[in-house]
Design a protein around this ligand. Structure first.
Ligand SMILES: NC(=O)c1ccc[n+]([C@@H]2O[C@H](COP(=O)([O-])OP(=O)(O)OC[C@H]3O[C@@H](n4cnc5c(N)ncnc54)[C@H](OP(=O)(O)O)[C@@H]3O)[C@@H](O)[C@H]2O)c1
Length: 246
């Protein structure tokens, strides 16, 4: 039996993490959403081993309450999946939410992870946070999101260095280009995003075959998460566990 917290669990990749992790009835999954009443996909899932908690990842006080509730019984947590993120701001600004939200979530759950047996923290990054990918593809699109994800990779590296001696495994994973339109009421965001990137992709990733499903992406991310050890802590890799982003 393992316990998991997943942020941004209402839809898309986060929802898929909850589905796959809770398929094992021995696991306990805590799904963090911004609006519990609107989390229809999670309510529809209706699994006894899934607890829905409400917290915005920009709100440390709400995260602290979620941490207290999620571990009320045993005061420990095995895995944290920092999934909440958004690429809605197209401009060249500093979009702090994608970086700072992960710091708040990680800090809120660290005391409980210290008592857990796995001590693993997976953070969703993006190929857009990679310098080589950006330069090879001459990718102009999504500057604020890309800057935030690049900073996030350093956040993960810093946590890894600081907590290596305690046996923690931190990792930043780019999930591929994932079609989340099936659970996204606001429409096919990733599809639109991909249109903006598409000019650069053939140059940066000549073998790119097209969108992958949330099922496939999460399955592969969990394979990487399960085999990763403290020796690789702090790395920034794709869902394939390497630098092949797409
Ligand atoms: N899909 C892709 O191709 C792709 C590619 C690269 C990286 N990623 C990364 O993968 C992660 C998941 O992406 P996705 O495609 O599944 O996105 P999505 O379908 O748009 O879902 C985003 C999730 O994040 C939550 N969220 C947004 N802001 C939040 C906040 N302040 N506090 C708490 N939750 C918040 C949303 O909650 P609400 O429902 O309340 O809005 C939603 O559950 C993100 O970190 C994204 O950057 C995705």
């Amino acid at each position: 039996m393992s316990s998991y917290v997943v942020t941004g669990a209402s839809r898309g990749i986060g929802l898929e993490f909850v589905k796959q992790l809770s398929a094992d009835s021995e696991n306990k999954v805590f799904a963090i959403v911004r609006n519990k009443a609107n989390a229809t996909n999670l309510h529809a899932l209706s699994r006894d081993n899934v607890t829905i908690l409400q917290a915005d990842v920009t709100d440390p006080a709400a995260l602290k309450v979620a941490a207290e509730v999620s571990t009320a019984t045993d005061n420990k947590l095995d895995y944290l999946i920092n999934n909440a993120g958004s690429s809605t701001n197209p401009g060249l600004t500093l979009d702090r939410f994608n970086t700072v939200g992960v710091v708040h979530s990680t800090n809120a759950f660290l005391p409980l992870l210290k008592n857990g047996s796995a001590k693993k923290i997976l953070t969703l990054s993006s190929c857009l946070g990679d310098l080589d990918f950006t330069l090879a593809g001459e990718i102009e699109a999504q500057p604020s999101y890309s800057i935030a994800k690049a900073a996030l990779n350093m956040v993960v590296a810093k946590y890894a260095v600081q907590f290596k001696a305690q046996g923690f495994v931190f990792m930043a994973i780019s999930p591929g280009i994932v079609d989340v339109s099936g659970t996204n009421e606001s429409g096919p965001g990733a599809v639109e995003e991909f249109k903006m990137l598409s000019r650069g992709v053939p140059k940066a990733a000549p073998d790119f075959k097209g969108f992958i499903t949330p099922e496939d992406s999460v399955k592969k991310q969990l394979e990487v998460l399960n085999r990763w050890t403290v020796d690789e802590s702090g790395a920034y890799v794709s869902h394939l566990g390497n630098k092949q982003w797409l």
